[in-house]
Design a binder for this molecule. Structure first.
Ligand code: NAD
Length: 355
């Protein structure tokens, strides 16, 4: 277990058990060098406990990278609650999880993730203040879509030399909370949309409202649109799908879009600019973190729009060094975390000296 933690670069791993409510939870903290760790809480079935632990370990580091490149004063963490088999009192279980979070004294702030809902965050809030995504903060998806939209504009400027999206075509895979909101923004910007979703009514709605062209889910890679935007599940960019893309840019909100690291290089070799998912989709995290900190909507929106400048910087660095953008993003996040670690060490050192 300690070796697994070391490989994942974690600082601490917490296990919580509450037989009265059936709570079995894991909280993995990757870093608090830049501030309290923040990250969602999954609530799904796991056939093996080890799979739940692996999920928490594997996802915490990504949150540190995302928060660092978003310029947030947070580190990364992730929680997993193993969904009990059979009947259970959901609110009581969430409250027990809140008590576990509270015991960490603010080292970790929890949020929504797969399987958790706003009502769960409201239940957690009754036992800890270290929670976001409650009904007071609202759905993060529109904020994620704003960041993706601004990031797409930066990518178009860099790759196509255009300062407007009007007249371009974009194929969106997945029209859920973020995909639909993004489609709306792109339509308003004069983009021709190709859309696909496994839920037929979601594509129909975009056809009706945005004059989009509906495409079968398997054909979304073959539209020839200028930009491919993965907004459904992860790992859709792989050795089968990448050769089919005839676009210049890949930019969407889905997490973990590349099936393997090698797929980022594959896109680059094909002359396709891949916009790193965790940089592009940070708008929702920026919203929850800044709402939690009591910052204004204007400050939040300015930070979300700042995703474009971060990307422009990463694109230029990738061109200068001949590396792929996702690799440059990882290196940049690591150097920010390392610098913050040194700052924290210096700070602690001064405190010790003063004591
Ligand atoms: P969602 O569940 O609301 O939407 C996902 C959509 O993708 C659904 O409409 C689903 O039917 C569709 N879909 C699933 N498989 C598909 C396939 N093979 N082809 C076409 N469509 C398919 O989720 P969301 O909140 O919109 O998030 C979308 C992605 O963005 C996820 O990967 C999520 O982790 C990531 N993300 C979301 C946010 C946010 O603020 N919601 C923030 C960061 C990252």
């Amino acid at each position: 277990m300690l070796k697994q933690m070391e490989n994942a670069g974690l600082t601490d791993l917490h296990f919580g058990l509450d037989p009265a409510t059936g709570l079995k939870a894991i909280i993995a903290i990757h870093s608090t060098a830049r501030g309290p760790a923040i990250g969602g809480c999954r609530f799904i079935h796991y056939t093996r406990e080890q799979d739940a632990i692996t999920d928490a370990l594997r996802l915490a580091r990504g949150m540190s990278y995302k928060a660092a490149l978003a310029g947030l004063p947070h580190g990364g963490g992730k929680a997993v609650i193993i969904k009990p088999e059979g009947a259970f009192d959901r609110a009581a279980l969430m409250q027990a999880f809140g008590r576990m979070v509270d015991q960490l004294g603010g080292r970790y702030i929890t949020a929504m993730d797969s399987g958790t809902e706003v009502s769960d965050m409201d239940a957690i809030e009754t036992t800890t203040r270290f929670v976001s995504c409650t009904s007071a903060s609202g759905d993060p998806s529109p904020h994620t879509s704003l960041g993706v939209f601004e990031g797409i504009k930066a990518a178009v400027m860099h790759q196509l030399g255009k300062d407007s999206l009007a007249g371009l075509s974009i194929a969106i895979q997945g029209l859920g909370h973020v995909g639909y909101a993004l489609a709306q923004r792109l339509h308003q910007a004069g983009v021709q949309l190709y859309v696909a979703d496994i839920e037929r009514e979601r594509t129909d709605r975009c056809v009706r409202e945005f004059n989009a062209r509906a495409v079968a889910t398997e054909a979304i890679y073959d539209t020839g649109a200028d930009i491919f935007s993965p907004c459904g599940l992860g790992a859709t960019l792989n050795s089968d799908t990448i050769p089919r893309l005839n676009c210049r840019i890949v930019a969407g909100c889905a997490n973990n879009q590349l099936a393997t690291d090698e797929d980022g290089n594959r896109l680059r070799q094909r002359g396709i600019l891949y916009v790193p998912d965790y940089v592009l989709n940070a708008g929702g995290l920026i919203h929850v973190a800044m709402h939690h900190a009591g910052r204004s909507a204007n400050e939040r929106d300015a930070k979300i729009r700042g995703i474009a400048a971060t990307l422009t910087h990463l694109f230029a660095e990738a061109d200068r060094t001949g590396q792929s953008v996702h690799h440059v993003a990882d290196l940049h996040a690591e150097s920010l975390l390392q610098a913050a670690g040194e700052v924290q060490l210096t700070h602690q050192h001064q405190e010790v000296q003063h004591a």
